[in-house]
Ligand binder design. Structure first.
Ligand SMILES: NC(=O)c1ccc[n+]([C@@H]2O[C@H](COP(=O)([O-])OP(=O)(O)OC[C@H]3O[C@@H](n4cnc5c(N)ncnc54)[C@H](O)[C@@H]3O)[C@@H](O)[C@H]2O)c1
Length: 715
């Protein structure tokens, strides 16, 4: 053994080959934490000092190769300013350069995920052999960063500027076939043959059959582009990348800038340029927010896993009641992720619609080559459409998704309780009705809870798991396990009308209604909020949700929280509802909708909506952009703070993730609590107090005022 550490080892194989094996102790994956980086350096010392080393093989002792840097180390390093960032990055840059400069050839066997720094170390090797199941990629932009260990330097020198820019700016993982076609790797082999194939390639390099030095030269030299070629390549790429990423996400452009400024110089100079760009990105609010979200995501994942472990059994069979928009989506998602599901409705038409939707989604996957027709058949077979309760005796979880009406739900829930076994868990997908209210007529309220999906189910990651007063731990655990199995992000919250997400969404809509009442142009409000980062403004969002659904839910919320959410005026949404403008679903809402060439609804402004609103709103007037943002965000943020104080949600991290995953809160802002921390509670309280005359929704809680006085933050 040349070197033996806690993160990696180096041992001599036959023929003078040193195998450097990454295998981080007590962890399920390899990552470049400070320990690994420091041992990597010691391992290179040992290789450089050893006699008779003719070649180096890099391998992994885990299912993955290396998943990247240890993001938990970013926070402290980044808050130490430019020096802290440089300090975190320098050592591994040195390591990868030393690997690349060894007097002998190097080959890496990429057995699983090689992402970020994990892929950058592969790019430092002379040759790359990849297992069929492995994936490579540079996903740093997803954290608001750019590759910082030579990714923007070596990748364009290996695969060309266009492909490198595309890979880095999109941050997508690449499968083996894409990596091979684009020459990012030299061979793809079945995982079982990986090490042998890598060794044989290394032997050929050692024997002089392959000119590894020529390859190295390419990676260490400027990129041979003339000025016109460079102008074309970088100019068009930047325009494209900038348009895709948008102004709130500057790092994809920084990655292209690093390539643009570094293409004319050799490796070492180019690495300095990359580092400068990396440091600038690391100091942006966007990076801070996205790194924060990544860590929050890990946290909610851990919480969900620990719930799952408490479940008494695995979810093998599910059922959904109601085959409408939501029921159809739930059936599709369950079947797609492998859990057979009965889909019951009282109306054959409902069932036909549910199946049609599932068929459409699966056909799309088949057409895009992401699923075989056989798999599509298997998936559809997992959905068992039915008009009866036959076979409900051995169902593990039933999800109720019938119309949002307390009476109907009570009747359906008591009915199904009689058809299932004593230990079946029954969950309701209600959007607003309190779980304790729904549980009232049930014999086994301990087996009942909320499982709130978001529309469209296959796209929206969040599932709110709502525990009522009598819900058992096992019921929560089983439903969390089911959500995990469906590939969703479950977050456990306590019961109240609207639960977490809708409880804070309706105050936001109330902010919108008051703005329009006071003379704001709804299109202007949409534009301002979209520029602020929301995927759609409030009027457009209401049209997409359905004005009828929104108006109904708003009533439920007003009954639940009359002191804050009861309203004394006719809101714009009420006006639309009375005019039967229900939004996208019937082609008319705040906007008019027509189908585009691809059959997707396309919105267009219409005078009709303004005419209808005129008698109910103040004369149109201009509002400052900041006033619009504040009047929209104060009620939402204040209600969220209330939810945390009341224990509806356990932590700021879970609340922030719920809003990002459930309603697309702009990720670059890191969540509402992260936004409040950035604004500062003292400033926020001042901001809210300006609007005190707008009502209770604008009044910060006592605890918020206390936090303001004490200078406290949520994170
Ligand atoms: N649409 C959304 O955006 C959304 C999002 C989250 C949650 N939800 C909630 O999901 C539930 C369903 O909403 P939807 O939009 O899918 O409604 P929908 O009107 O599209 O579907 C309801 C389905 O339930 C069926 N149904 C009615 N009574 C039934 C019964 N006794 N047994 C079996 N089926 C019955 C109807 O035939 C219909 O097919 C509601 O509680 C709603 O609040 C909706």
């Amino acid at each position: 053994m040349l070197f033996s550490g806690k993160a990696l080892t180096v041992q001599m194989l036959d023929n003078g080959i040193a195998e450097l094996n990454f295998d981080l102790k007590d962890e399920s994956v390899n990552k470049f934490n400070r320990l690994t980086v420091s041992e990597f350096s010691e391992a290179l010392d040992a290789i450089e000092a050893a006699d008779g080393v003719k070649g180096v093989l890099l391998t992994s002792g885990k299912d993955v190769f290396i998943v990247g840097a240890d993001i938990t180390e970013f926070g402290d390093a980044f808050s130490a300013g430019a020096e802290g960032v440089a300090d975190l990055m320098n050592k591994n840059n040195e390591n990868i350069n030393r690997l690349e400069d060894l007097p002998v050839p190097s080959v890496v066997a990429i057995n699983g995920y090689a992402l970020g720094g994990g892929f950058e170390v592969c790019l430092g090797c002379d040759y790359r052999v990849m297992g069929e199941k492995a994936k490579v990629g540079l996903p740093e932009v997803k954290l608001g960063l750019i590759p910082g260990w030579g990714g923007t330097v070596r990748l364009p020198r290996i695969v060309g500027v266009d492909v490198a820019a595309e890979w880095i700016a999109a941050g997508k993982e690449q499968k083996a076939d894409s990596a091979l076609t684009n020459h990012a790797v030299d061979a793809v082999v079945p995982n079982d043959n990986l090490k042998d194939a890598a060794l044989s390639l290394l032997q050929r390099a050692i024997d002089g059959e392959l000119d590894y030095k020529a390859r190295r030269d390419i990676k260490k030299s400027p990129i041979p582009l003339n000025d016109t070629e460079a102008l074309m390549a970088f100019f068009t790429t930047k325009a494209f990348v900038g348009a895709q990423a948008g102004k709130h996400y500057p790092s994809p452009i920084a990655a292209v800038t690093s390539m643009e400024q570094g293409y004319k110089v050799g490796r070492d100079e180019a690495l300095k340029i990359e580092q400068q760009q990396f440091i600038e990105c690391a100091q942006t609010d966007t990076a801070k927010s996205l790194v924060g979200l990544f860590l929050n995501d890990q946290k909610i994942g851990k919480v969900a896993k620990s719930w799952e472990k408490k479940a008494d059994k695995k979810i093998e069979r599910a059922a959904v009641l109601g085959a409408g928009i939501m029921g159809g989506g739930i059936a599709y998602q369950s079947a797609y992720k492998g859990t057979p599901i009965k889909m019951k409705d009282i109306d054959q038409k409902g069932i036909d619609l549910g199946l049609k939707e599932a068929n459409k989604l699966l056909a799309k996957l088949v057409n895009r080559g992401r699923m075989t027709p056989e798999k599509m058949g298997e998936t559809l077979n997992r959905i068992d459409p039915t008009l009866s309760y036959e076979g409900f005796g051995d169902i593990d979880v039933v999800v109720e998704a019938v119309v949002e009406n307390k009476k109907v739900k009570h009747s359906v829930l008591t009915e199904v309780e009689d058809k299932v076994s004593e230990d079946t868990i029954i969950a309701s997908n209600t959007s607003t009705i309190s779980i304790d209210t729904l549980a009232e007529p049930l014999k086994r309220p301990e087996n009942f809870l909320g499982m709130h999906f978001f529309n469209p189910v296959h796209k929206m990651p969040l599932v709110e798991v709502i525990r009522g007063e009598k819900t058992s731990d096992n019921a929560v655990a089983r439903v969390v396990a089911y959500a995990n199995k469906m590939g969703k992000k479950p977050i456990v919250v306590r019961d109240c009308p609207g639960f977490l997400v809708n409880r804070v969404l309706f105050p936001y809509f109330a902010g919108f209604s008051m703005l329009v009442r006071d003379g704001a142009d709804f299109q202007e409000v949409d534009k301002v909020m979209e520029r602020w980062g929301w995927p759609m403004g409030p009027a457009y969002l209401m049209d997409v949700v359905g004005i009828d659904t929104g108006v109904h839910a708003e009533k439920v919320m007003a009954e639940g929280f009359p002191e804050r959410m009861g309203k004394s005026f006719k809101a714009a949404s009420d006006v639309m509802y009375e005019a039967e403008r229900y939004g996208q679903k019937n082609g008319k809402g705040f906007y008019n909708y027509e189908e585009d060439k691809k059959g997707r609804p396309k919105k267009a402004a219409t005078e009709e909506a303004y005419e209808l609103l005129k008698p109910h709103v103040a004369e149109r007037r201009e509002f400052e952009k900041d006033e619009i943002i504040e009047r929209m965000m104060v009620p939402m943020a204040t209600e969220l703070a209330r939810c945390l104080e009341e224990g509806i949600v356990d932590s700021p991290a879970e609340a922030d993730m719920a809003l990002v995953y459930g309603i697309g809160f702009p990720p670059f802002r890191g969540g509402i609590f992260a936004w409040l921390d950035k604004v500062g509670m003292d400033q926020f309280v001042k901001m809210a107090d300006k609007y005190a005359e707008l009502g209770e929704l604008y009044k910060p809680t006592e605890q918020m005022r206390k936090m303001a006085a004490e200078g406290k933050t949520y994170y």
